[in-house]
Design a protein around this ligand. Sequence first.
Ligand SMILES: NC(=O)c1ccc[n+]([C@@H]2O[C@H](COP(=O)([O-])OP(=O)(O)OC[C@H]3O[C@@H](n4cnc5c(N)ncnc54)[C@H](OP(=O)(O)O)[C@@H]3O)[C@@H](O)[C@H]2O)c1
Length: 241
Amino acid sequence: MQSLKGKIALVTGASRGIGKAVCLGLAAEGVNLAICSSSAKSLDAIRKELAGFGIDILSCPADLQDAEAPGKIIKQVIDHFEKVDILINNAGIAIPKPIAETTVSEWDHQMAVNARAPFLLCREAIPYLRKSKAATIINISSVVGYKGYVNQGAYASSKHALMGMTKVLAQEVFEDGIRVHIIAPGGVSTDMVLHTRPDLDPSILATPEEIAEIALFLLQHRGNAVIDEVNVRRYSNSPWK
Ligand SMILES: NC(=O)c1ccc[n+]([C@@H]2O[C@H](COP(=O)([O-])OP(=O)(O)OC[C@H]3O[C@@H](n4cnc5c(N)ncnc54)[C@H](OP(=O)(O)O)[C@@H]3O)[C@@H](O)[C@H]2O)c1
């Protein structure tokens, strides 16, 4: 197992849900963190929770709908830490609607945050990741990244786009020693599911902490056996469906 102590990780969508759980897991391993979400106030709250771990924390509030934001975030990270080892593209937005009722702005919003921002963050981080011996990108996709669910047309399209980009990127940076993983969860008990699937009982969903444990496993097990993609099913869903 590789120690993560002293590594630098950028986590998007760090203010709550899966991103917050990933930050807490990384902080417990001594990873210094750059944390991003659109709300500076939410980042202040998570910063306070992380304060006890004795790590260096950089807040990068930014709206990832803005195509200029990823470049600015990576610049902030490099100005502060002088390097980056780990990029976790986790920020996401889901607007549940039938395709026939989805507006252009709703489509663009989901594509910008869920697909274009990870592409740009990867692109801007690659020159710095090439210099790291622990370079890893984890893109948080979804079961909706390889299946179709009604009322999730734009969200599914954005996650399919993210999956495609990630599969190509993994090959393109393979010889640079940058490892690129996908985690594709089913239902996880977060604000997003409360909003998109109010019909689901939160107690039957996976927890954000369980997804964080998977991310930590991928980062710590950097041997010859590599897991490119992890598909995670909530226990209450039937296997292989
Ligand atoms: N929950 C699930 O069942 C589930 C299943 C499969 C995949 N996922 C994926 O897991 C990831 C995390 O989701 P979650 O369930 O933890 O959702 P969540 O609790 O709603 O958190 C979403 C995070 O993304 C950030 N974010 C949203 N829009 C943003 C923007 N325009 N700019 C910057 N940050 C933005 C939010 O911060 P602000 O609101 O402060 O900006 C928040 O930190 C997403 O990519 C999601 O698609 C979730």
